[in-house]
Design a protein around this ligand. Structure first.
Ligand code: PLP
Length: 358
């Protein structure tokens, strides 16, 4: 983060902080916003009027092109308070890199590093009292950009709004999930937008996720769009298996979102001497491993929960019940190591933790 030049933007502080009226013991993900937000407009090829202002509604034209055609990209990351009071953000450069990769795919201008970094630092500093004190809590950061032309012709917009708001979030409930292998619907296909963090992928997943939930499954294991033979992701998380002590995850083939938690886990596991394979993983291989007792673990990975272990996988009328979570040494240890690292505990060997200057 050193290469970017600092930008100055005005900060308008709220006169009516909602902090004292917020119940931090009952935080539901994404329902409470902290006091401030960052906003910068893109018009006629230039970034104009960057500022931090009180969190508030914005007004757009009913013809706002992103409302109609979905030209929009978002990110999700977290800020933490270390035991010594330092404010930490985990791997912000990876999030900016991914955001700009998504932007290129959606014909959205790339976000200058200085806006991204300076806005995050300023916002987290300003709203640091919104980071709850309970263990596992953090401030979720939601950067996003959307096409803002007041015009419903189909073409890349000429105006955009880039914003960041933040939400205090509780320690994510560390329960397991029951999942179902999807063999009708698809999340993304080769050549599509599956590798971009964009709203359309989420919109496409809502109906299949609802149908799965109606049957009692909290997540879908997405399979490839051509044959439904190979695993892709788990809900809105990346997917990993442990078979015969080997950590296996689908390779990034263009339809899978390149998760930063995924990358973090693969890096640490390799460093620990765990055998890691990034390749195609077939449904058949996992069923065979389950049947012969070598399927030791399956879990989803993502910023919200770090690791979510899978208790049962449903396929064609059968439930595969996986080993008890207590015995899943690798995923338990990975989860603890990463949660500690994000909270400033343990050696930051890879320089992943950004410390906000006081
Ligand atoms: C954001 C996201 C992930 C996880 O990425 P992280 O960087 O680990 O949070 C995985 N899959 C999809 C579809 C996502 O949108």
């Amino acid at each position: 983060m050193s290469a970017s030049k600092a930008v100055n933007f005005p900060i308008e502080r709220t006169q009516h902080s909602r902090l004292s009226e917020t119940d931090f013991s009952n935080l539901e993900f994404g329902t409470v916003n902290s006091d401030h937000m960052f906003v910068v407009d893109y018009k006629k090829g230039e970034w104009v009027d960057p500022k931090i202002i009180p969190f508030q509604n914005i007004s757009v034209s009913p013809a706002c092109s992103s409302l109609h055609y979905g030209q929009t990209v978002f990110e999700g990351m977290k800020a933490f308070r270390a035991p010594n009071g330092d404010l930490l953000v985990f791997r912000p450069e990876k999030h900016l890199e991914r955001m700009n990769n998504s932007n290129r795919r959606l014909c959205i201008p790339e976000i200058p590093a200085e806006y991204f970094y300076d806005a995050i630092d300023a916002l987290v500093k300003l709203d640091q009292d919104w980071i709850p004190n309970q263990e596992g809590c953090s401030l979720y950061l939601r950067p996003f950009i959307f096409a803002n032309d007041p015009f419903i012709g189909v073409k890349p917009s000429s105006a955009y709004k880039f914003m960041i708001f933040t939400c205090p979030v509780a320690g994510y409930y560390k329960g397991t999930v029951k999942v179902i292998i999807e063999s009708d619907f698809v999340r993304a296909s080769p050549g599509g937008i599956g590798a971009a963090k964009t709203g359309g992928n989420y919109a496409a997943s809502l109906l299949p996720a609802k149908l799965a939930a109606d049957k009692g499954y909290q997540q879908i294991l997405w399979t490839d769009s051509k044959e439904h033979k190979y695993f892709e992701e788990s809900g809105t998380m990346n997917l990993m298996f442990v078979i015969n002590d080997v950590l296996i995850t689908p390779s990034l083939d263009g339809s899978i979102l390149p998760g930063i938690t995924r990358d973090t886990i693969l890096t640490i596991a390799k460093d620990w001497g765990v055998k890691v394979e990034e390749r195609r993983v077939s449904v058949e291989e996992v069923i065979t491993a389950f049947n012969n007792g070598t399927l030791q673990d399956a879990f989803g990975t993502g910023t919200a929960a770090t690791i979510t272990q899978i208790a049962e996988i449903h396929h064609n009328g059968k439930d595969m019940v996986l080993p008890p979570v207590a015995g899943r040494t690798l995923s338990n240890k990975l989860n603890q190591t990463i949660v500690d690292l994000k909270n400033g505990i343990g050696e930051d060997k890879y320089n992943w933790v950004h410390r906000i200057k006081k």
